[in-house]
Design a protein around this ligand. Sequence first.
Ligand SMILES: [Zn+2]
Length: 76
Amino acid sequence: MISIHCASCGRRLFRYQKIGKGKLLHCWKTRISSDHTERAGDQVYCPCGQHIGVEEGPWINLHGGSFSVKGSALKK
Ligand SMILES: [Zn+2]
């Protein structure tokens, strides 16, 4: 399980089950176990106002540079 934090204020935005290595580019909504973001339509924001990404169907397309990742993915 990893946690995804806002790059601007450091708040935790998601806890997420990441599988495999590699850069995190989008989050499957079914693998998000807690979500502290705010929405404006399909736009995803941190409560501080930082733009985090865009909901696109089954996943959230993350805006590079707007977040940091802590923790480790399942090695599979
Ligand atoms: Zn923030």
